[in-house]
Design a protein around this ligand. Sequence first.
Ligand code: GLU
Length: 280
Amino acid sequence: MKLRKASAAAAAAIVLSITATACGGDGDSDSNSGSGGGDKIKIGIKYDQPGLGQKEPDGSFSGFDVDVATYVAKELGYDADQIEFVETKSADRENALARGDVKFIAATYSITDERKQKVDFAGPYLLAHQDLLVKSDSKISEATDLNGQNLCSVVGSTSAQNVKNDFAPKANLKENGTYSECLAGLQSGAVDALTTDDSILAGYAAQEQYKGKFKLAGLKLSNENYGIGVKKGDTETVNKINAALEKMVKEKAWDKAVADNFGPANYKNEPAPKIGVIVK
Ligand code: GLU
């Protein structure tokens, strides 16, 4: 809000009315999230992917995507306490950006040609690979073992798409809203395998309650180039985010985020990708 050519009295009156509005708790304090430099910035993340994007019981957020998003936000002019993290499930991401619900999305969001029709991407900032999570004593060791088996994944993900188009068209695919919903089924035996990025699966396998129960098959079924999703046409933000990601790698903050978040899950990540280079 800029006050121009207002007399001192008028300015004081305006300030008073702003204060009154702000105290009114009308929830509008983040209305600048789309323009940058405002009070708050809304960022889309996952809420149930430990090591990547996780909402903790105390309301705080953790994970590699959270650390990347926080670094990027800082470069865009927002401190950590100005960030409002919003859950963007796999199937909601394009719409959340199109509607302007969030300024950007850092949520294990693979850059694909199909998605590029609807949104723009900065990055990539991580290369992951699709894999399978199965029970420790499972005999499933390759994708062809999945045909006729109960497979769980998430609607709107490349993981589910790849299963159908590519490596297990005859699997009984159940598509949930989130990956964590697949875990109970895997534990009970209702589901034979959960498929998505190895980065995500490693985080689940390392959780205290699942320790020793599940294993990753170790298959690199696809290349998942994680990008930061931005509203279609917002080239200025894409360019700023790319500069921030480059700086994050150069300053070794990227390495620190990797060690902090993937270390506990023993996830062996790929080296930092080059901005604009997609591994097909
Ligand atoms: N990276 C994949 C995707 O963007 C799978 C993980 C996810 O659903 O977020 O669809």
